[in-house]
Design a protein around this ligand. Structure first.
Ligand SMILES: *Cc1c(COP(=O)(O)O)cnc(C)c1O
Length: 371
């Protein structure tokens, strides 16, 4: 039996009848841009996350861009972000004209390392983007005090962690703005691209609503330059169906992660390091990421041969990316843990619909590699 890294059909097809009905409703409504479905989805997301305001956005990448624009970040500014993350975090900063400054991460949650961030502060630093990577929150108390002390805005990159918490608070509601993604592989996976921003600030909400639609208000009057960052009404309507199940999805991922942690704890050690599940972090397990110092590529080949889907998130940290080679020295230096993780990590299937026989197959394959 082969086990894929992700099986979107296992999650979507049980909802087929409902999804078709929703498609038909939107089709017949003739309303495809903004409107009722979009507003309803935003209200429901805000409620699910415990956020004051939620605004749907065309993608998780655009959500980061609009967050940066709303905070007035641009040319001449520097933004601290982890080097070990998906490219969009860094690319979005660069696209605003600001300079991404890459900080190292810690091995306990793969989040930004504040010692590294402190060393990279300059008079130009305006914001910090903690990334809640793989479903687990960064150390938000420390990040919040650090940001306060140095007058920095916080944008939380919650693309991989819809529904995760930090000391009981929803990730995305702690900093100035939270940025989410509905890319199909994320915890709330859509049927195409989509994203969301959350904020507790009425002013930032108003600004982002305007920026989402060309900075227009009222119609054909533009006091600022925005863009087309709207998410389709159809996508919102379809995702409303799945949003009802987000609790089950998170429970499924947690059950699977606990299964692996229980099974693999017997063989974990220097050669196989299991992901941390910190008590104060409500992990939602977008990925179950192993560290395999020295033998990662060998294990990946072994799993692939056994028909087990696995992937390296991420093989090249941001400070090593060709497109960033001309950034200032302090942005690219001293990220040894990011380099180390890029050579050690491999993620295995953890999607909610996995059945026990599949979990057993994955665990058995890993056990057979570490006899
Ligand atoms: C997926 C992802 C994004 C971007 O989301 P898209 O919807 O694909 O544009 C941003 N940051 C992180 C950490 C991600 O994993």
């Amino acid at each position: 039996m082969s086990v894929p890294l992700l099986d979107v059909n296992a999650q979507n097809l049980p909802l087929e009848a409902e999804l078709k009905q929703v498609f038909e409703n939107v089709l017949r409504s003739g309303r495809f841009i903004l409107g009722e479905e979009v507003e309803a989805f935003e209200k429901e997301c805000a409620a699910a996350l415990g956020a004051k305001h939620a605004i749907s956005i065309s993608s998780g990448t655009d959500a980061l861009i609009i967050a940066l624009m709303a905070l007035g970040i641009g040319p001449g500014d520097e933004v601290l972000c982890p080097s070990f993350t998906f490219f969009a975090t860094a690319g979005s900063v660069h696209r605003t004209g600001a300079t991404p400054v890459f900080c190292d991460v810690t091995t306990d949650c793969f989040g930004i390392d504040l010692e590294s961030a402190k060393a990279k502060l300059t008079s130009k630093t305006k914001a910090i983007i903690p990334v809640h990577l793989f479903g687990q929150s960064s150390e938000m108390d420390a990040i919040t005090s650090f940001a306060k002390e140095h007058g920095l805005k916080i944008i939380e990159d919650v693309a991989q962690s819809f529904g995760s918490t930090y000391r009981g608070r929803a990730c995305g509601t702690i900093g100035e703005i939270g940025s989410f993604s509905f890319f199909p592989s994320k915890n709330l996976g859509g049927f195409g691209d989509g994203g969301l921003v959350t904020t507790e600030s009425f002013e930032l909400c108003e600004k982002m609503l305007r920026l989402r639609n060309h900075g227009m208000h009222p119609r054909y009057y533009h006091s600022m330059v925005g863009g087309n960052f709207r998410m389709d009404a159809l996508q919102c309507a379809l995702l409303r169906v799945k949003l009802h199940h987000i609790g089950e999805y998170a429970a499924g991922r947690t059950r699977n992660a606990n299964y692996y942690s229980r099974r693999l704890s017997k063989i974990s050690g220097e050669e196989l390091i299991l992901p941390n599940d910190r008590d104060h972090a409500g992990h939602v397990w977008n990925q179950y990421t192993l560290r395999v110092p020295g033998r990662r590529d060998e294990l990946k080949a072994h799993l692939t041969e056994k028909g087990i889907g696995c992937e390296i998130y991420y093989p090249v940290p941001m400070h090593r990316q060709e497109c960033f080679a001309n950034l200032p020295e302090h942005s690219l230096s001293n990220c040894p843990i990011s380099d180390q993780l890029a050579s050690e990590v491999v993620s295995i299937p953890v999607y909610p619909e996995l059945v026990e026989a599949q979990l057993d197959e994955v665990a058995t394959a890993i056990e057979s590699f570490f006899p």
